[in-house]
Design a protein around this ligand. Structure first.
Ligand SMILES: Nc1ncnc2c1ncn2[C@@H]1O[C@H](COP(=O)(O)OP(=O)(O)O)[C@@H](O)[C@H]1O
Ligand SMILES: Cc1cn([C@H]2C[C@H](O)[C@@H](COP(=O)(O)O)O2)c(=O)[nH]c1=O
Ligand SMILES: [Zn+2]
Length: 195
């Protein structure tokens, strides 16, 4: 993939929660290391589900990461912290503000392979910025599906649950969590409270 020129590029790994985005990111990082490439991995300050400096999958795989602010000028710590690495990976991109798009564009322009992972829909099934922008600008996009916890069909949506019941549509967009508060669901089985 992409070995002829010295130009950089952006790869986006997206889809619903539990679809295997982090496992796929870790797979690409392992292969880059086997190829003798230096990698740098970043995650947002907000997500400490798997330990503050660890990118972790729901199935247990992990990789050490640098924690950077999720918004404002602090996002540029990603470029400031680099030390000649070939591959730059950013997990949980859905927690970052729009500046992440400029950071990824600059990294790709400077010759880096940039791998970005994050869910592309909010619990309301709306586009979850900045993923849609990154998907439009990326050279490669892989959209993964989980298994719907209700019907077993492929799942593209994120069902938020509060006390086991569908969350209200008016809830906050950002709520860090895993299977205690989210399920993967298909279009038909995804639901929101609106009363
Ligand atoms: N509904 C589901 N569909 C598919 N995999 C699931 C589901 N619930 C839990 N898993 C587990 O989650 C793993 C994927 O985890 P992960 O890579 O962290 O996903 P993501 O980063 O997309 O949230 C799967 O390999 C499987 O072990
Ligand atoms: C849908 C949705 C998700 N989140 C949070 C919940 C998790 O902490 C992450 C997604 O993690 P994953 O690695 O993709 O499993 O995002 C949120 O804050 N708001 C939402 O609407
Ligand atoms: Zn379903």
């Amino acid at each position: 993939m992409h070995a002829i020129t010295k130009s950089g590029w952006i790869e986006v790994v997206t889809g619903s929660m539990f679809s295997g985005k982090t496992e796929e990111l870790l797979r690409r990082l392992r292969r880059a290391e086997i190829a003798g490439q230096e990698v740098a991995v970043f995650k947002p300050e907000i997500d400490d589900r798997y330990g503050k400096t660890t990118v972790g999958s729901h199935a247990g795989g992990s990789w050490e990461a640098s924690v950077v602010p999720a918004e404002g000028e602090g996002i540029w710590e990603i470029t400031d912290e680099l030390n000649g690495e070939d591959v730059v990976a950013i997990d949980e991109a859905n927690f970052f503000s729009y500046e992440l798009v400029d950071v990824c564009e600059q990294l790709a322009a400077s010759g880096k392979r940039v791998i970005v992972s994050g869910t592309d829909q909010t619990f309301r099934a709306e586009p979850f910025e900045p993923l849609p922008q990154l998907m439009a600008l990326a050279e490669y996009v892989d959209k993964l599906q989980a298994i719907c916890t209700v019907c077993g069909e492929p799942a593209s949506r994120n069902q938020r649950l509060v006390d086991g019941e569908p969350a209200h549509a008016d809830g906050p967009t950002i709520v860090v969590g895993a299977d205690e508060s989210y399920e993967a669901r298909c279009r038909n089985c995804h639901t929101l409270r609106r009363d």
